[in-house]
Design a protein around this ligand. Structure first.
Ligand code: NAD
Ligand code: MG
Length: 385
């Protein structure tokens, strides 16, 4: 029986994780849940899964939840302290890191310091603080198992092979909803258009990241740290069918891929059960019905965010932290109608171009760069608007 802590349980990954837990009550028990908002959904989850402890963002949400639950509620904590207490709970066996954005970093680090294995969905943890996170995980003997479908595919394609024999990794990308739109057309697209992903149903922030292809840029950075491979050996292929989830090329020319229908329950289940597999009630992949799998190179002019991510990775230090923070602010501004779609990458580029000390020795360097980049991104947006 594995005791799970699910950080971000009310989100898209969190809900899919609980779906797997519900199907395998003999293997998984929910120890703790945390949510940033959506108290109603958290209340339902508490009634269904009976965690010992939960955490919400604010004291007022904590008392709201307490009133709604009545009877004998779990311990209800709040704020970053509450998140960290859940993440480092002494009875946990695995922490599912599924908060969205850089807000996931501090609680994920707390789980690592507590020595808990991590099922990592929150890619921003590795984007903002990759070298520090990997070093602490190694020092604490913590296993970081990816949930992101591309990284799960690579993780699976590495099993049984020698790391030293890897020549290249190829991340696949669906190309998002705007793959076939021209640059001129992209200047007109709305948040509703951008949220309409062809293959995956996900949270709002990652859906916009998929439309700009920043998601793939963040994933290149995530892969760089997770698999310890330089950026030059991580390629991106646009694969609109989202069936090949990523590939590893070896020195003898062999390419090993992992395939499956686009359903996040597969990589989540693998992270929970690794090194075993558990049965899932998912339709069979019928390649004959799909017929064709196609691949093309990404258009870096149309999807400038992907180019910016590679540049930030080459720059090193906290440059990816700055990229990520500026992206979070710009995506939020786009969703609120403050800036156009194409201005997302312009805001990020303008913030990255400012003078920065990209030193990265300590988590405080990350938090400082993150704060500063957010404030500079807001100023840039005000200047545009
Ligand atoms: P989501 O927006 O659906 O859910 C996010 C969760 O985090 C919610 O429970 C929310 O309440 C909580 N949260 C948000 N802000 C918070 C804050 N400041 N403090 C505490 N909690 C907060 O997001 P999602 O789509 O489930 O994505 C979660 C993470 O997984 C992201 O990092 C995303 O990149 C990654 N991921 C998601 C998918 C997917 O299919 N959804 C696939 C791969 C990777
Ligand atoms: Mg992904």
């Amino acid at each position: 029986m594995k005791n799970l802590v699910i950080l971000g349980s009310t989100g898209s990954i969190g809900v899919n994780t609980l779906d797997i837990v519900a199907a395998h009550p003999d293997r998984y028990r929910v120890l703790a849940l945390t949510a940033g908002n959506n108290i109603e959904r958290l209340e339902e989850q508490i009634r269904a899964f009976r965690p010992e402890v939960v955490a919400v963002v604010s004291e007022s949400q904590a008392s709201l939840l307490r009133n709604r639950l009545g009877g004998a509620p779990p311990d209800i904590l709040w704020g970053v302290q509450g998140l960290m207490a859940c993440a480092s709970h002494s009875s946990a066996h695995m922490v599912v890191s599924a908060i969205v954005g850089a807000a996931g970093l501090v609680p994920t680090m707390a789980a690592i310091e507590a020595g808990h294995d991590i099922a990592l969905a929150n890619k921003e943890t590795l984007v903002t603080a990759g070298p520090l996170v990997m070093a602490r995980a190694a020092a604490r003997g913590v296993r970081l198992v990816p949930v992101d479908s591309e990284h799960s595919a690579i993780f699976q394609s590495l099993e049984g092979h020698r790391r030293g024999d890897v020549r290249r990794m190829i991340l696949t990308a669906s190309g998002g909803p705007f793959r076939e739109r021209s640059l001129a057309e992209l200047s007109q697209v709305t948040p509703a258009d951008a949220l309409n992903h062809p293959n995956w149903s996900m949270g709002r922030k990652i859906s916009i990241d998929s439309a700009t292809m920043m998601n793939k840029g963040l994933e290149v950075i995530e892969a760089r740290w997770l698999f310890d491979l330089p950026a030059e050996r991580i390629d991106v292929h646009v694969h609109p069918q989202s069936i090949v989830h990523s590939m590893v090329e070896y020195i003898d020319g062999s390419v090993i891929a992992q395939l499956g229908l686009p359903d996040m329950r597969t990589p989540i289940a693998y992270a929970l059960s690794y090194p075993e597999r558990i049965a899932l009630n998912i339709p069979q992949l019928d390649l004959c019905q799909i017929g064709r799998l196609t691949f093309e190179r990404p258009d870096l002019q149309k999807f400038a965010c992907l180019k910016l991510a590679y540049e930030a990775l080459r720059e090193g230090g906290t440059a990816p932290t700055v990229l990520n923070a500026a992206n979070e602010v710009a995506v939020d501004a786009f969703l609120h109608g403050e800036i156009s779609f194409l201005n997302i990458s312009r805001v990020i580029a303008a913030v990255l171009e400012q003078p920065w000390d990209h030193r990265l020795d300590h988590i405080d360097d990350v938090l400082r760069a993150d704060r500063r980049a957010r404030s500079r991104a807001r100023k840039t947006i005000e200047a545009i608007a």
